[in-house]
Write a protein that binds this ligand. Structure first.
Ligand SMILES: Cc1ncc(COP(=O)(O)O)c(C=O)c1O
Length: 391
């Protein structure tokens, strides 16, 4: 008997429950219009919030760097993998974030895994919002600290958990700043207050907010004015910054500790230096073109208002990520398919990415969406969504 035959049974079970994932393939650059599986579509699925993924300035920075420094980085950054471009990027990130130092990882996922497991371990406690991203959850589990989950954004329950804690060596609160599926913000001022009261560390994952929120685009910590009260800031280079990689920004001692103890940094090959060059170029755009984030957030608000007027449930979204919560995965996939037929790509998000009963279509607005493309989405939702809303 084939010892892997159980996989076919499991896949069939996913299929029956409308939970099996299929991959689409697109041709051409990642942009607001995409050729997906041969069909020209308006792309409401990417995290390319500032429309930088296909920006020629990033492409030129990467190809110039690759021409000079080659492609591969050859080793872990602790051995011979750290190029002068990585160092430059870390200096620019610290400057951008207004922190003493920053450290880059090969992905945002790796940054969360490495940072959390380096900050807490056996004998410690970590407090995790139930709707935190999988990489935060996996970091918590990997740390072997006691993991205490609190209901989404529920500071009262978190306060109870912190007050009831036994004798832990260290405590860490981890939260997304902007939640990736619901598009709502964490109550960072309250979380910072709880962290101070209970002498806990506070880590905020800014993956979806870097470049978008805050006067300088530093994210939700800047938006809420709590930059000095958040000890560990995690970000990605892969969403608004249009490239690939992750980072942690904070004090010099924090970064030195991670250089020594974050296993996903120590034991993993550095990202290509060319990716660092592209990220440096992206940070310059974020600094010089604030209108990208400002008009994005203004358009997102207008879109949310229009959707409410049509009767859609967009939860507590307050950002460029706007969920259309439909509940049942079958309804989510049916609506997504209808929109795709009309040339609009809006992915259906189903369990386990969201909790059971909360399947949704995730509209991800970017600076590349014109008013006409947004109007096309509003019109299509009006035409094919009424039956979904009514159920
Ligand atoms: C909140 C959050 N954190 C971290 C990550 C991981 O970042 P990356 O895609 O750079 O690995 C993601 C990716 O979707 C995310 O949504």
């Amino acid at each position: 008997m084939n010892p892997l035959s159980w996989i076919d049974d499991e896949l069939a079970s996913l299929e029956r429950r409308h939970l099996r994932r299929e991959r689409l393939t697109h041709a051409g650059p990642q942009a607001a219009r995409l050729l997906i599986d041969g069909r020209e579509s308006i792309n409401f699925g990417s995290n390319d919030y500032l429309a930088l993924a296909a920006d020629p300035r990033l492409g030129a920075a990467a190809s110039d760097a690759a021409a000079g420094a080659g492609w591969g980085s050859g080793a872990s950054p602790l051995v011979t993998g750290r190029a002068s471009l990585h160092r430059q990027l870390e200096e620019r990130l610290a400057e951008f974030e207004g922190t003493e130092a920053a450290l880059t990882f090969s992905s945002g996922f790796a940054a969360n895994l490495g940072a959390i497991a380096a900050l807490v371990g056996p004998g410690d406690a970590v407090y995790c919002d139930r709707k935190n991203h999988a990489s935060l959850w996996d970091g918590c589990r990997l740390s072997r600290a006691d993991v205490r989950a609190y209901p989404h954004n529920d500071c009262r329950r978190l306060a109870e958990l912190l007050a009831a804690a036994g004798r832990y060596r260290r405590r860490l609160i981890v939260t997304d700043g902007l939640f990736s599926m619901d598009g709502d913000l964490a109550p960072l001022a309250e979380l910072a207050q709880l962290a101070e009261r209970h002498r806990a560390m506070l880590l905020v994952d800014e993956a979806h907010a870097t470049g978008v929120f805050g006067r300088n685009g530093r994210g939700t910590t800047e938006h809420f004015g709590v930059e000095d009260r958040v000890h560990v800031r995690v970000g990605t280079l892969s969403k608004a910054l249009g490239g690939v990689g992750g980072f942690v920004a904070g004090s010099r001692s924090l970064i030195e500790w991670l250089v020594n103890r974050a296993r996903s940094y120590v034991f993993s090959t550095a990202a290509p230096a060319a990716a660092a060059a592209a990220a440096v170029a992206a940070l310059e755009v974020v600094r010089d073109e604030p209108q990208r984030r400002e008009s994005l957030l203004a358009r997102a608000k207008t879109l949310r208002d229009e959707l409410h007027a049509q009767g859609w449930n967009t939860g507590l979204s307050a950002s460029q990520i706007i969920p259309l919560i439909v509940g049942d995965p079958r309804r989510a996939t049916a609506l997504s398919a209808k929109l795709f037929q009309r040339g609009l790509f809006v992915p259906a998000i189903r369990p386990p990415t969201v909790p059971e009963g909360e399947a949704l279509l995730r509209i991800s607005l970017t600076a590349g969406h014109s008013e006409e493309t947004i109007a096309a989405l509003i019109g299509a939702l009006k035409a094919c969504g009424q039956s979904i809303i009514a159920v």
